[in-house]
Design a protein around this ligand. Structure first.
Ligand code: SF4
Length: 282
């Protein structure tokens, strides 16, 4: 059971549904600014503080590329001076988890911040993302649809292919995606009182809802990622079988190998090094 509302989008793209939500927040003065990913001229995405609805048009929360962890940005922004106005910050689950840890260490001030976390189907490495965008693909939307069907995407970053938190364990508001029979829908869940307060200001009345379909979808994604994690673990274990492979994986492998091959270690005598033994004898 969760305190949530469904926002029906019909055949509209998920990104468009999210943009409507950000606009509603800014135009209704529910928040003064929103930290979220926006598209740059290079067509890459980076987090920016959006204060007006004109800039919302450039928001790309579903773009599967993460230039930097926004929790680090929050740390830099709020550590010395928390915002004087209420801000919403839109984070991926891994960013929300990092933000929680930084809050515990008093590196992020939660004062005037409402954390909104969106479910995440993963992100691509820079090269892959660039070539997909240049190819004209609707990358974020496509990735969400594939994740909903339980399809694996081997082009995602390894960390994302094995990430078992497609939904954040904590945020003030969590946003999930559903697409039953091609009818898109956002699941907006109020996790904390601050989250519920923001939803009230947006005119959304959260009710007790059983999120069966959404939970089933997340379970499916997690199950796939656990399989991938096991597979990677097995591959790594295979690659590390035998002393040679362990040495090869070691950071000092180059030094160690050259030392053994040149028999340097066998020739090494403490007296030969800076004469320290001689000094001690005296
Ligand atoms: S899949 Fe996990 S690790 Fe990858 S960007 Fe999303 S939340 Fe972060």
């Amino acid at each position: 059971m969760a305190r949530a509302v469904f926002k029906e989008l019909g055949v509209k793209r998920f990104e468009e549904g999210l943009k409507e939500l950000w606009r509603q927040m800014l135009e209704g003065s529910a928040v003064g600014a929103i930290l979220l990913p926006v598209e740059l001229e290079s067509r890459l995405v980076a987090p920016a503080l959006v204060t007006g609805s004109a800039m919302v048009e450039r928001s790309r929360v579903l773009s599967p590329y993460m230039a930097t962890n926004s929790a680090r940005l929050l740390q830099m922004i709020t550590k010395t001076m928390p915002p004087t106005d209420r801000w919403a910050v839109v984070l991926r689950p891994c960013e929300a988890r990092a933000a929680v840890e930084l809050c515990k260490l008093k590196q992020i001030s939660q004062h005037n911040l409402t954390v909104i976390s969106v479910d995440c189907p993963g992100t691509y490495p820079l090269g892959e993302f660039k070539s997909l965008v240049e190819g004209g693909a609707d990358v974020g939307e496509q990735l969400l649809e594939n994740a909903a069907e339980g399809k694996r995407d081997q082009r995602l970053r390894e960390a994302c292919r094995t990430c078992v938190y497609p939904s954040a364990p904590w945020a003030d508001i969590k946003i999930g995606f559903l697409n039953p029979n091609g009818q898109k829908c956002l699941v907006i869940e109020a996790v904390t009182e601050a989250g519920e307060e923001l939803m009230r200001r947006l005119g959304m009345q959260a009710g007790e809802i059983v999120l069966n379909h959404h939970s089933a979808l997340l379970d499916k994604i997690v199950a796939e990622r656990k399989k991938e994690e096991q597979q990677l673990l097995q591959e790594q274990q295979e690659n590390l079988k035998g002393p040679e492979q362990i040495l090869a994986a070691c950071v000092l492998s180059v030094i160690a190998k050259s030392a053994f091959s040149n028999r340097l270690l066998l020739k090494w005598k403490p007296t030969g090094i800076w004469g320290w033994r001689r000094k001690r004898v005296r």
